[in-house]
Design a protein around this ligand. Structure first.
Ligand SMILES: [Zn+2]
Length: 335
């Protein structure tokens, strides 16, 4: 979708360790930025910090404010849930911020904000359908159609990370079943995609395959410079080969998970975000295998790396106000 520019607005990325904020001008250029440490475990102080940050960015107090948060709002209650910043859970975040800042606040899940950011001037620019994926501490997703966030009555659109991973139906993964045991997700379900494709999920896969703990970053660095090929034998040769094999399994799981998205949504672009999206070597093999794995074997969905790094959160939050007349995700009214 072409970026035509819109009103000046503020984007806030409420993270577990920092709260980043920025002002985007009418041309959607970041013209001012500030950040504060997140007051961990303290909800009241978090509200105060957000209000202070907004005041610093906009002393006049008139710009609309979009906020990207972990977790999401429970439909019908206005209260937050599924936040890994657990002190937000159960709190009426939007209502409390509206009380402090006035009715100029919109909030959305951080994966939704990532997808919005990439759809506007990022890797999803110029296309009508974008699925944004966060592969980080958790796994989330957001769907942007014609520049606007897709949202439903349950606030679940894009929550791809809590679909079950179809690994046990795949011949390439079946051989691993005795090693890769079922995983319990914090959400209550078994074998959610998040439990395999998050950073901790990748680390657990490596540990179950090789009996060795390593972070996702270390696994990737160990495998750097090697070629990703599926190796059904998975023989132990050295740590680089082990890491390569782990990443090969990870890529296969990513293909299986994303193929479900393509068969339902057929997006023009899938953009990867989060820490694991920095694994540059996974894009080509996943792209090739994904195109073959979808129905008919000729998928055309493009898999892309993100354009905006750390700025994606604040940009996407600001884009919650791209169409002020259309309440695309107006939780204030939904609840
Ligand atoms: Zn789950």
């Amino acid at each position: 979708m072409a970026d035509t520019g819109t009103l000046a607005r503020i984007g806030i990325d409420l993270g577990g360790t920092k709260i980043a904020g920025a002002v985007l001008d009418e041309a959607s250029i970041i013209v001012e930025e500030h950040r504060l440490a997140t007051p961990r475990e303290d909800y009241a102080a978090t509200l105060t910090a957000i209000a202070e940050l907004v005041s610093r960015l906009d002393p006049g107090g008139c710009l609309p404010v979009g906020i990207g948060t972990p977790g999401s709002v429970i439909p019908g209650s206005g209260r937050m849930h599924n936040c890994n910043s657990t002190w937000l859970n159960g709190q009426p975040l939007l209502a409390d911020l509206t009380e402090r800042l006035g009715g100029r606040v919109r909030i959305a899940n951080d994966a939704d904000c990532f997808a919005l950011s990439e759809a506007h001037g990022g890797s999803g620019a110029g296309v009508s359908s974008v699925f944004g994926v966060i592969l980080g501490t958790g796994v989330g997703g957001g769907i942007v159609i014609d520049g606007s966030l897709l949202s439903g009555p349950g606030g679940l659109a894009g929550e791809w990370g809590h679909n079950p991973l179809p690994e046990f139906q795949d011949p390439a993964c079946t051989a691993l079943n005795p090693v890769l045991r079922s995983r319990q997700c914090y959400c209550g379900q078994l074998n959610c995609i998040e439990t395999f494709l998050s950073g901790p999920g990748l680390a657990l896969t490596h540990q179950q395959l090789w009996g060795e703990w390593a972070t996702a970053e270390v696994i990737y660095r160990q495998a750097a410079g090697t070629v990703f090929e599926w190796d059904p034998d998975l023989r132990v040769v050295n740590s680089a080969v082990q890491a390569q094999s782990t990443l090969s399994v990870y890529c296969r799981m990513l293909v299986l998970g994303l193929a479900q998205i393509v068969n339902v949504l057929d997006p023009q672009v899938i953009v990867l975000g989060g820490g694991l999206s920095k694994m540059q070597t996974i894009y080509e093999p996943v792209q090739n295998a994904l195109s073959e794995r979808v129905f008919g074997g000729r998928g055309v969905t493009r898999l892309r790396a993100p354009v905006f790094g750390d700025a994606g959160g604040v940009r996407g939050a600001a884009w919650l106000w791209d169409k002020p007349r259309l309440m695309q995700r107006d939780i204030e009214k939904d609840n």
